[in-house]
Design a protein around this ligand. Structure first.
Ligand SMILES: [Zn+2]
Length: 253
């Protein structure tokens, strides 16, 4: 009798353990788990002026300090926001291909998806980048190839009016990035269905690019700072040869 009970207990404990470990091993999905703050701190070189992040990845607040609603990623920001005047040219963060564009919906706005292969970035994985709230539907066609730093769209406030931001809306870029271990994807509505993919802090892209050049450092506070690679308004990429850049050109001081 005791051994039957012991066996039953063993099965239950093992079952619970397997369920738990499976849940823990699962990478965060696009729509499921929260977007956890990465703790990465962007740093821009003194010699230039760049548009900095108004609301970082994983933040529970918007640029104005207000609380984000819980129904999207549990209230955690799924990308980065850059406050921009309408019509600011937006740059391809890396070379890639236009895989999806569309427009209009509330909170979504006009959007563009780029797909970056390991050859494009020098990384060991695929990256998908999504630009939202664009001024108009981008002219680039699906399948078009873009070069790192190329102007791909113009910033706007589409999809931001009528709710929290009122009738004036909030002109900004919301940039989000997906990381995937393989080249398979499907599109569905404004989303990409990419098997084995998960949402990452876009700063991870710059962190990865820097680590190829060994430029990443740990700050005294223990937070990891990242020097952001960028393209200047006069067309130069810094550091030279970098395959990933900030989505908005920086002005030399
Ligand atoms: Zn956002």
């Amino acid at each position: 009798m005791l051994s039957t009970r012991a066996l039953f207990l063993f099965i239950v404990v093992t079952g619970v353990f397997l369920l738990l470990s499976n849940a823990l091993a699962r990478p965060p999905s696009r729509t499921g788990d929260m977007a956890k703050p990465s703790g990465l701190q962007p740093v821009f070189p003194d010699k230039i002026r760049c548009i900095e992040i108004a609301s970082p990845y994983g933040s529970q607040t918007r640029y104005d300090g207000s609380r984000r609603p819980k129904f999207r990623f549990g209230g955690y920001h799924g990308g980065i926001d850059l406050s921009l005047t309408e019509g600011t040219p937006l740059l391809a963060i890396a070379s890639g291909t236009v895989v999806k564009k569309g427009g209009g919906e509330r909170m979504e706005g006009n959007f563009l998806w780029l797909r970056h292969t390991p050859e494009d970035t020098g990384f060991s994985y695929w990256v998908y980048s999504k630009y939202q709230h664009l001024q108009s539907l981008p002219e680039l066609q699906i399948g078009a190839k873009v070069r790192v730093g190329q102007v791909i769209a113009y910033s706007g406030k589409t999809g931001t009016t009528g709710g929290h931001y009122g009738t004036n809306g909030y002109p900004h870029l919301h940039l989000s990035t997906l990381k995937s271990s393989n080249d398979k994807y499907q599109t569905k509505g404004s989303n990409m269905l990419v098997p084995d993919s998960y949402l990452i802090d876009p700063l991870m892209i710059y962190h990865e690019a820097n680590s190829k050049l060994k430029e990443s450092v740990d700050s005294p506070s223990g937070k990891k700072t990242i020097t952001i690679p960028y393209k200047t308004t006069d067309g130069n990429i810094w550091p030279p040869g970098m395959r990933v850049v900030w989505p908005v050109a920086c002005r030399p001081r």
